[in-house]
Design a protein around this ligand. Structure first.
Ligand SMILES: Nc1ncnc2c1ncn2[C@@H]1O[C@H](COP(=O)(O)OP(=O)(O)OP(=O)(O)O)[C@@H](O)[C@H]1O
Ligand SMILES: [Mg+2]
Length: 313
């Protein structure tokens, strides 16, 4: 295993990541519950506090900027209040937004209503983008590509990456490393990517159950060959992560001391990986740091990002 080289904040600041995928607005309404509704047997929440956060691909882009890299975010959104709220949030975070608007599309919003310290309901607003807005996104991608060092596709299955195959073709032709957080039961459309980063459940959906570590290695390498990937990175929660590549495999054990909140660890991992490779590191050099970043983020409540100081401390 080659040791990780040093990386100054100035070097990391040169790394330009283009994040493309399903963006979401994570919204939280907090309030008091004093009574049951006279209309139905449900609590009445008197909302007194609202929070909005970057979700999905926007959270991935956010992780790249909190580390100190540059990130642009390309996605498709509606022409609704939520898309403007998201644009403001993204800009405020220091991410350069490229949001392609379509009035037919509803910006994906996940609204949680929280009362008595617990989530009472989650309401999802979303629909599927049409071909015309995806074509506009594709054209924007071609323009943005030359100004970036790495491309990161964050697939949450909402449809922004329905044409990912074509985008991969463009990125390959431009010689850019391609990182993909995949979704679904078939990965054919990701053929030719540099690396995919499924978690255990996601990989199992594609290669089936593995009966032993050896069986996993065989199946993972078969998938890697079949999809013509440089590497496959399996993120394994409390088991750390394993990289499968041409040289074989590289396993790193989980680093977390205490685990408080595991959501978003996958976003942190892929953003760290892309930021370091964008700065010139190899995948094998970047994997232990990405694993460390995942371990740091699961030890935090609420915030799902890691800073340069935390990562390189
Ligand atoms: N319980 C845990 N203990 C220690 N480390 C963890 C734990 N969960 C996650 N990690 C770290 O975070 C990385 C990514 O986590 P995981 O494999 O759960 O991704 P994920 O399922 O995609 O996460 P997400 O909730 O963002 O979708 C792991 O490889 C590991 O480094
Ligand atoms: Mg994930």
């Amino acid at each position: 295993m080659s040791p990780s080289p040093t990386l100054t904040p100035e070097q990391l600041a040169q790394s330009r990541i283009l994040v493309v995928g399903d963006v979401m607005l994570d919204r939280y309404w907090y309030g008091n519950v004093d009574r049951i509704s006279p209309e139905a047997p449900v609590p009445v929440v008197h909302v007194n506090h609202e929070e909005e956060r970057n979700g999905g691909a926007a959270n991935v882009a956010y992780n790249a900027v909190t580390l100190g890299a540059q990130s642009s975010l390309l996605s498709v959104v509606g022409d609704d209040a939520a898309s403007h709220a998201l644009q403001a949030l993204v800009s405020k975070a220091g991410i350069t937004p490229h949001l392609v608007r379509d009035a037919q599309l509803k910006t994906t919003v996940k609204l949680r209503v929280v009362g008595r310290q617990q989530q009472l309901i989650r309401l999802d607003f979303e629909n599927t983008p049409q071909a015309n807005v995806l074509a506009a996104q594709s054209a924007a991608f071609a323009q943005l590509l030359p100004k970036h060092d790495a491309v990161l596709f964050s697939d949450y299955g909402k449809g922004a990456l329905a044409q990912v195959h074509e985008l991969i073709g463009q990125a390959k032709a431009a010689n850019k490393p391609i990182f993909i957080d995949p979704k679904g039961s078939s990965y054919q459309r990701y053929t030719g990517a540099t690396v995919l980063t499924p978690n255990r459940a996601e990989l199992q959906q594609v290669i089936g159950h593995w009966s032993s570590e050896e069986d996993l290695h065989t199946k993972a390498q078969n998938l890697r060959h079949q999809l013509q990937l440089d590497a496959l990175l399996l993120t394994r929660s409390e088991e750390g992560m394993t990289l499968f590549d041409e040289q074989g495999h590289l396993h790193v054990s989980a680093q977390a001391r205490e685990v408080y909140d595991v959501t978003g660890a996958g976003d942190t991992v892929i953003a760290t990986l892309a930021s370091l490779v964008g700065a010139g590191w190899t995948l094998r050099q970047a994997v232990p740091l990405a694993n460390r970043a995942g371990g740091i983020v699961v030890g935090k409540f609420g915030t799902a990002t890691v800073s340069y100081q935390e990562l390189f401390a």
